[in-house]
Design a protein around this ligand. Structure first.
Ligand code: ADP
Ligand code: MG
Length: 242
């Protein structure tokens, strides 16, 4: 579903991604972890072309992200993205947040978009809040709305960039629960997260990045079960977060 081939990116002379290669199969859940500044956000944003890159190629469901002929709005509409800060529109109600991109990007009628959006809102357990504004919801609820909004677009893959790291601790669980449910339903997911409980529970593979490089890309059981086989940087990182 996602193929990342030898991707490199520089900011001036600073190399933020160095020859990154990996892939995510249909139905696979891949967790990306690593120290702050290692390039995790940059890598995940290259997948839906929010970050351009100078070398390499990325294919999403066979469509090249960096081919100038690719219809980027269409591609992005198939790739759901959830950020650390929920980025809901504060002046729009929950329902309006859910329907806006569906009508503007997918050309759905307001009624159609509402049906789809509210179905997704129900799925994240927030139907009772459909007429509220984001500011009236807790951080955890806002993040669940952001997930419902992404799901309303019928994505073929979901990207998460530290979706729980801006939340108060007591709200982390409700967002992870939604992500676990999605994973169990077979959604293809690429998740930047340091929630190793989530990684152990539902991920298939773990990618570890450091200084723009993918240093580890292995099955979850190897990542957690065979620390002796890990690179020194990954071992050090794991010893701090586990
Ligand atoms: P992570 O998500 O792993 O914390 P990022 O992908 O956000 O890392 O950033 C990787 C590196 O790129 C960091 O050192 C960061 O300072 C640098 N960086 C990010 N955005 C820019 C930018 N627009 N210009 C220059 N450097 C940047
Ligand atoms: Mg980041």
């Amino acid at each position: 579903m996602i193929e990342i081939h030898n991707v490199s990116k520089w900011y001036g002379s600073f190399q933020v991604l160095a020859d990154c290669t990996t892939s995510v199969n249909k139905g696979e859940v891949v967790v990306v972890c690593g120290p702050s500044g290692s390039g995790k956000s940059t890598l995940i944003k290259t997948v839906n072309a929010l970050e351009p890159f100078q070398k390499g190629e990325i294919l999403v469901d066979g469509v090249s992200v960096n081919d100038p002929k690719t219809n980027l709005p269409r591609l992005r509409s198939r790739v759901g993205m959830v950020f650390q800060h929920f980025e809901l529109f504060p002046h729009l109600s929950v329902t309006e947040n859910l329907t806006l991109a569906q009508t503007k990007v997918l050309g759905r009628s307001t009624d159609e978009a509402k049906v789809r959006g509210l179905k997704m809102l129900d799925r994240v357990g927030l139907m009772a809040h459909k007429d509220k504004f984001p500011g009236q919801l807790s951080g955890g609820q806002q993040q669940r709305v952001a997930i419902a909004r992404a799901l309303s677009m019928d994505p073929i893959v979901m990207l998460f960039d530290e979706p729980t790291s801006a939340l108060d601790p007591e709200m982390v669980g409700e967002v992870l629960d939604v992500m676990v449910q999605l994973a169990n339903e077979g959604m293809t997911m690429m998740c930047v997260t340091h929630e190793m409980g989530f990684a152990r529970k539902v991920s298939h593979r773990v990618i570890f990045m450091d200084q723009g490089r993918i240093l580890e890309d292995c099955a979850k059981d190897d990542f957690f079960g065979q620390p002796e086989a890990r690179t020194p940087r990954a071992k050090e990182f794991l010893s701090k977060i586990l």
